[in-house]
Design a protein around this ligand. Structure first.
Ligand code: DON
Length: 304
């Protein structure tokens, strides 16, 4: 096994030496006050060993990383019919883009752009009486962390400025691909994005995808084929119009969020989460991307 602690130490000290670039997401007011130069990284191996550096226990807003957990919850009970309402192709467009939705008749390209995650939320609204509390319980179950919570002030502040997401929802509803009230879907989506977790906590949740769909206890949440598909979507769509770059530089399935987190997995080996709030122009953590690139460079191992 590589000396992961030494590698994380190297990543951390190189990060301190670099000048900080990028901006904290400010379009959601609740995210704008985060102190920008924090940096944490945590790696959990398949055998349950934990390694960390920096602010790895600090809670941050997981934002779009939640889209993987929402998809996992739907996939845990549903079959291939979900792929009639959301595609599996990279969009090559920003996460909040509307342009493809009209000429593709309200079917989002994939479940990790905002439009796709909104459809996944709509599906969950049809499956559960109280999806907000059931989703939280799902995240608690897969992470093994009983006090995971929504950050209501972040959720509320996103709802107040959710004009583009509401535009997507209305367009998709016009095409018949949203079955519930637009207000109910946006409420659930903003809550899901507002979950606060640390790098350490998120590596436990993402162990599911490292572990081919099983929890540490051996319980199967996703079949091996469903876990494969979610990892494939992270690989091709996890970073929007920077997915090719992430694949090229890092070579792991992963997912970013505008809170500055990036979760990634090396199936059968480890789950890893890097967090640093300054984002590059594509909405992905600038220091987080560098950290994960170094991780696979220094270990000489990726999925390729
Ligand atoms: O819908 C939004 O804009 C946010 N709640 C999530 C966007 C996001 O995290 C994009 N990721 N890099």
């Amino acid at each position: 096994m590589p000396d992961y602690q030494a590698i994380l130490q190297d990543i951390h000290s190189r990060n301190l030496a670099e000048k900080s670039d990028g901006q904290v997401a400010s379009y959601i007011p609740g995210l704008a006050q985060v102190s920008p130069d924090q940096f944490g990284i945590h790696l959990r191996t398949a055998s349950g060993e934990d390694f960390s550096m920096g602010d790895s226990e600090t809670q941050f807003s997981i934002q779009s990383i939640s889209k993987v957990l929402l998809l996992a919850m739907v996939a845990s009970t549903e079959g291939d019919e979900i792929w009639e309402r959301v595609g599996v192709e990279a969009s090559g467009d920003p996460f909040n883009s509307l342009v493809q939705l009209e000429y593709e008749k309200g079917i989002p390209r994939n479940p990790f752009i905002n439009a796709g995650a909104l459809v996944i939320c709509d599906i969950l609204l049809g499956l559960y009486d109280d999806p907000e509390s059931d989703f939280l319980n799902f995240v608690r179950q897969i992470s093994g962390i009983p006090d995971v919570r929504y950050d209501q002030s972040v959720a509320e502040s996103e709802r107040e400025v959710a004009f583009q997401n509401l535009a997507m929802l209305n367009l998709m509803k016009g095409f018949g691909n949203i079955h519930h009230e637009v207000d109910a879907v946006i409420r659930f989506y903003c809550a899901a994005c507002s979950i606060s977790m640390s790098c350490h906590g998120l590596t436990h949740a993402f162990a599911l995808f490292m572990n081919h769909g099983k929890l540490d206890s051996g319980e199967e949440i996703l079949t091996i084929n469903k876990a494969k598909r979610i990892n494939a979507l992270m690989q091709t769509c996890g970073f929007y119009d920077e997915s090719g770059e992430f694949s090229f530089c890092v070579g792991l399935p992963g997912k970013s969020g505008v809170g500055g987190g990036i979760a990634a997995v090396n199936p059968g080996r480890y789950s890893v989460v890097a967090w640093s709030p300054r984002l590059n122009a594509k909405g992905n953590s600038a220091a987080g991307l560098r950290a994960l690139r170094r991780l696979t460079d220094l270990t000489g191992n990726s999925i390729f």
